[in-house]
Design a protein around this ligand. Structure first.
Ligand code: NAD
Length: 331
């Protein structure tokens, strides 16, 4: 995956995934959709994320363990597969840690393209971990955001981001309030298994678009409740976000709009430069389906990847026992 991304360039990869997202969100009704299954423990979660059309099936295995850095492991690690739904034949087994960062950045710009002010130029980035550079590059290269104001409670993470993106206009800030002051877009991308208040209502300015990525599990939020009442809230798949998103704090009838509706009916999106828009992102299986479709198309076009013996190919498909060399000799 890293070779593919280096060869094609990150911008091309994010654009490729955005294209697939547009196709798949455009045929939302044709998907078999479900909220992901999540197995929790005190330190984190492991999730399985399936989705399909009538033709193709995809799933992602992904974890979320904010304290994993203490053990030399990433907060988010993932892999996944794409298969033919008509036969169940697996076509692709793929790494998805890097791919998740790419698809999450693609999804953020996909949402912001429809929800943020068209003339946005300044973004705050709260949380400078594994996802952060991908977010900033996507917003810079695809939406033309030119100035970035970043903050992390870990100064090493903020310094790492600035070093990695030395060609961009990145300012390290001393507080969240300093970072969000006067920006058009705020991306929150922190990891902490708690009801955090990264943003409060008093920090929100007219016209802001909030791209809230890190609140994505029961008991793990980033926005104070008074942020969510500042403007319209957009979600990926309502049944999943009600449980996992920042809106888990609100009543069951708190109004939200699923993003696919904005594609079909632009009047469901931003209507004026002064309104606040909030994308309460949790990550939905359809997006991983789109990302895997993109990887598979790249593998076919550019001959990346390699064949592996994941399932048996047998001359007699009913003779698994014999094919596996388990027939015992009588002598
Ligand atoms: N919505 C989605 O589709 C999606 C996709 C991928 C990851 N995520 C979530 O995004 C978050 C970030 O993922 P990552 O891989 O970058 O994690 P990471 O652990 O690599 O980085 C998180 C950063 O947040 C910082 N942080 C924690 N609390 C903070 C606070 N109060 N203020 C400022 N900074 C703070 C940490 O110091 C760390 O540098 C995670 O919560 C993850 O679950 C969501």
């Amino acid at each position: 995956m890293a070779r593919l991304v280096r060869d094609l360039g990150l911008k091309t990869c994010i654009e490729g995934v955005v294209e697939k997202l547009e196709e798949d969100y455009g045929r939302w009704e044709t998907f078999q959709k479900s909220a992901r299954t999540a197995n929790h423990c005190e330190l984190g979660v492991v999730e399985l994320m399936p989705s399909s059309t009538d033709e193709e099936f995809a799933f992602k295995y992904v974890n979320g363990h904010p304290k994993n850095y203490l053990h030399g492991m990433s907060t988010v690690m993932a892999f996944g597969a794409l298969s033919d739904l008509k036969t169940g034949w697996p076509n692709l087994l793929s790494e998805m840690t890097l791919l998740t960062a790419i698809r999450t950045a693609a999804m953020s710009v996909f949402a912001a393209k429809h929800l943020a002010k068209a003339d946005s130029t300044r973004m705050a980035m709260i949380g400078c971990g594994a996802q952060s550079e991908f977010q900033i590059i996507a917003f810079n290269e695809i939406l033309g955001i030119r100035e970035f104001f970043v903050f992390d409670t870990d100064p090493h993470a903020a310094a790492k981001l600035k070093r990695n993106l030395s060609e961009l206009n990145v300012t390290i800030c001393n507080s969240i309030i300093e970072a969000v002051n006067g920006v058009d877009i705020v991306t929150t991308c922190t990891a902490d298994k708690t009801k955090a208040t990264i943003l409060t209502g008093s920090m929100i300015e007219p016209g802001m678009h909030i791209n809230a990525i890190g609140g994505d599990c029961p008991g793990k939020t980033e926005l104070a409740a008074d942020v969510l009442t500042k403007g319209n809230v957009y979600v990926e798949y309502e049944p999943q976000t009600r449980v996992e998103g920042d809106i888990q704090q609100m009543s069951a009838d708190f109004p939200v709009t699923e993003l696919w509706r904005v594609l079909q009916q632009p009047s469901a999106g931003r209507m004026s430069d002064s309104e606040v828009t909030i994308y309460d992102s949790v990550g939905f299986a359809l997006e991983d389906f789109s990302a895997l479709r993109w990887v598979y198309s790249m593998c076919q076009k550019h001959a990346y990847g390699e064949p592996i013996d994941l399932v048996p190919i047998m001359p007699d498909v009913k003779d698994l026992y014999g094919h596996s060399g388990l027939v015992r000799s009588l002598v």
